[in-house]
Design a protein around this ligand. Structure first.
Ligand code: UDX
Length: 499
């Protein structure tokens, strides 16, 4: 890689610490290294740190291993399990720790709180503390208050133990030298590197000119549009962005069910919608719904916050409800194909919550696998990257759960093939070969990945999500003599085996 690509030499005064080396932290750390900054990445998980320092990425993210190795070789990046030392060595501290979900749907901010206390106790000069993890609005205010409180506490301990410093008169009396800013991440798993270097926008939320200046500086090499706001607004941009994208997906999934009911094709509806620049084609892919670490929990956290503030968030609740129903809609299609699930050998293609990741957190596939196993199916599973994670949840078990080396192995003897993740690897499968290996050539496509005509030509009965078919409603219309354009056989809910 060419050091000058980003127009920034490694002479900047800012030393960065990235706290938390997960799906967000690690790409952020090596991304900033590539931009020319000196970066230390800290994570309490010593085994993970050792792996990273040896040039290995603890999860699958395309392009990240190359960038990690480049960063290590540059001498400007290293990982450490010593979070305190990382904080003390840096002038800019990015918080990238997890914000999981609490039982009540709110974000669990205990890791953010703990790290804020550690930062407070280790303020050894000015620091800009940047929230990168997705957090509900006003979290920055809490971070600020916590750092202030614990830095004052540390100073007062120091004053009281013979350090010679005068003890403060109250916790707020010490003006600790720091700022808290929000710089939300919009990294998509599977595209994190691309998203880091070519973001559609960089959101900078800061309440001081000094903080704004540093963040502008850090990202200056990218020359991308910047939205500069106050901290709370930046926090809300992130949550609102995720909620909006989730809403788009649930909207098209609702339209999908209407398509199934009236015999229309949702992929063409999405095409017709997406060409309107006010709508755009992105995030209009219908199917078994959204999963992953962000959308489901961020949606619930925003709804929780809105409810707490007395704001009507029934829209968000509907988005969530529609999404959670997707799995049932899909399972009905499976039942319509195989009838009784018990004792059926079913092939499953794809387990990750989306392609190009080995992540199965909140993946719709998990609920589908769960239900099929409960109903007594024998599953043959494949995913290019997510099988190790799946094995930890569903260990191989003869006659019940079999992990297969290839999609063709999945098809062997199966009575239906279920597509749950649209991996590129599946794009050029030999459908004729798959069909020949199966007991019953039925294809139930949870992501509208295959072309129905091609699948049917290869001898499959095909059921997609909201793909064109003749619905009972259309049949009734035809029987009553009213005109309606001819459409191929009905393949949605209520489809016959040969649909
Ligand atoms: C998301 C946001 O896109 C990203 O900006 C944020 O920083 C983190 O959360 P990610 O979870 O990696 O990223 O995945 P994304 O590509 O957004 O997909 C989320 C889910 O929605 C996946 O399960 C995907 O299959 C589903 N999806 C996406 C659809 O069902 N239809 C679509 O049209 C798009």
């Amino acid at each position: 890689m060419n050091e000058t690509d980003f127009g920034h030499a490694a002479t900047g005064p800012h030393k960065i610490a990235v706290l938390g080396l997960g799906h967000v932290g690690l790409p952020t750390a090596v991304g900033f290294t590539r931009l020319g900054w000196e970066v230390v990445g800290a994570d309490e998980d010593a085994a993970k740190v050792e792996l990273i320092n040896s040039g290995k990425v603890p999860f699958f993210e395309p392009g990240l291993d190359d960038l990690l190795n480049w960063s290590l070789a540059s001498g400007r990046f290293q990982a450490t399990p010593d979070v305190t030392e990382a904080i003390r060595s840096a002038t800019v501290v990015f918080i990238c720790v997890g914000t999981p979900q609490r039982e009540d749907g709110a974000a669990d901010l205990s890791q953010i709180e703990a790290i804020s206390r550690t930062i407070g106790r280790n303020l050894n000069g000015y620091k800009l503390v940047v929230e990168k993890s997705t957090v509900p609005a006003i979290t920055a205010l809490w971070i600020q208050r916590t750092i202030q409180r614990y830095s004052a506490l540390k100073a007062s301990e120091a004053g009281g133990n013979g350090s010679g410093k005068a003890p403060p008169t109250g916790p707020e009396s010490l003006a600790a030298d720091f700022d808290v800013a929000s710089n939300p991440e919009f990294l998509q798993e599977g595209q994190a590197i691309e998203n880091f270097f070519e973001p559609c926008r960089i959101v900078i939320g800061a309440d001081s000119e000094r903080a704004r200046g540093i963040l502008r500086d850090l990202y200056g090499g990218l020359r991308r549009p910047m939205v500069v706001t106050d901290v709370t607004t930046a926090e809300l941009i992130k949550h609102a962005a995720n909620a909006f994208l989730s809403t788009k997906i649930s909207f098209i999934n609702m339209v999908t069910d209407i398509c199934d009911a009236v015999g229309a094709d949702v992929t063409r509806v999405a095409e017709g919608l997406g060409l309107d620049p006010r709508i755009s084609p992105a995030f209009l892919k219908a199917g078994i719904g959204f999963g992953g670490y962000c959308f489901p929990k961020d949606l619930r956290a925003l709804a929780h916050l809105a409810e707490q503030q007395g704001v009507d968030c029934s829209l968000l609740r509907a988005v969530e409800r529609i999404n959670s129903q997707r799995v049932e809609v899909f399972l009905d299609k499976v039942r319509n194909s195989v009838w009784v699930i018990s004792g059926k050998k079913l092939g499953v293609l794809g387990l990750a919550f989306k392609p190009n990741t080995d992540d199965i957190r909140e993946a719709p596939s998990l609920k589908i696998v769960d239900t099929l196993l409960k109903e007594g199916a024998e599953l043959r599973l494949h995913d290019p990257w997510a099988m190790p994670a799946a094995k930890a949840l569903y260990p191989p078990e003869a006659g019940r759960v079999t992990y297969c080396e290839s999609p063709y192995e999945v098809a062997r003897g199966a009575e239906a093939l279920l597509l749950l993740t649209e991996w590129d690897e599946y794009r050029h499968l030999d459908l004729g070969r798959l069909r020949d290996l199966m007991q019953v050539p039925a294809l139930i496509d949870g992501r509208n990945f295959f072309a129905p005509e091609e699948a049917r030509r290869a001898g499959f009965s095909y059921a997609g999500m909201g793909r064109r078919g003749v619905s009972p409603y259309a049949r009734e219309l035809a029987a009553s003599g009213q005109s309606r354009p001819a459409t191929p056989v009905w393949t949605g809910m209520g489809a016959g085996l040969n649909g």
